[in-house]
Design a protein around this ligand. Structure first.
Ligand SMILES: [Zn+2]
Length: 56
């Protein structure tokens, strides 16, 4: 079991991010921004929506 995120971590991984209803929505948004090659969508364990994350 992962440790509980702190408020700071929640802000970084969820609260400050744009939310998408579905993975397709998130990836479409990334494509519109032209950043689909270095973004990935993940299902957020905090809000149950999807966010985009940078890929290195
Ligand atoms: Zn979230």
């Amino acid at each position: 079991m992962a440790k509980k995120p702190t408020r700071e971590e929640r802000d970084r991984m969820c609260t400050r991010k744009r939310r998408y209803a579905t993975q397709a929505d998130a990836l479409t948004a990334a494509a519109i921004l032209g950043v689909e090659r270095n973004r990935t969508a993940y299902r957020c364990p905090l809000c149950g929506r999807w966010h985009l994350s940078s890929v290195r």
